[in-house]
Design a protein around this ligand. Sequence first.
Ligand code: DQA
Length: 177
Amino acid sequence: MWPPRDPFVSIRPVSCGILHADTVFCILSPDNPPMKRIGILNGPNLDRLGRREPKIYGVRSLHELETALRVDAKALGAEIEFFQSNHEGLLIECIYRWADAGFGGMVINPAAYAHTSIALRDAVAGSGLRAIEVHISNIYKREEFRHNSLIAPVCAGVISGLGFEGYHAALYYLAAK
Ligand code: DQA
C-alpha cells in the first residue's frame, strides 16, 4: 500500500538505497514527521516590489523575497508555496486550497485588502489556518486609512514595518509552532 494509510507512519524517506538496478527502497520512520507546509500569500501590487515606491517598499523584488524564503524554509525543514494575486477572489480560493490540503500555516500580506476586505478576513477566519499578517511598511506610521486592518483580528499575530524581515520572522514562527 503506497502511500501508507496509517497516519502515524511518515512517508518521508529517512534513508534510501538501491535494491535492484532500477528499484529504490525507503525506510520509513514514525519519528520523522512529514514536512510542515506553509503558504506565503501576497496581495495586490506586491508583484511590483522593487519597482513600486522603493522608498517605502525597498528595491528588492518579490522573486528575491521568495528566493530568500526558500533558503530559510529548507533550513527549517518546512515546505513553502507562494501565491500572489491582484484579485481578491483568487486570494480567497488559494487560502481554502491550502486549508483543504492541510497546510500548517500561512504568512499573509493582504496589501491594501487588509484595510478593505471583509471577504478576505472571512476566508482567513473560515480556513482555520494559523495566519501571521505581514506588512513591509509600518502601516501605523502612514496615512490614517492604513491604520486599521480587518484581517489582523483573525490572525495569530501581525508584523508591520520590518521590511522583508517580517516574512522571515513569520516563517520561523509558523515552522516552529
Ligand atoms: C502593505 C501596506 C498596505 O497599506 C499597502 O496597501 C500595500 C503594502 C505593506 O506591505 O506595507 O500594498 O501591505
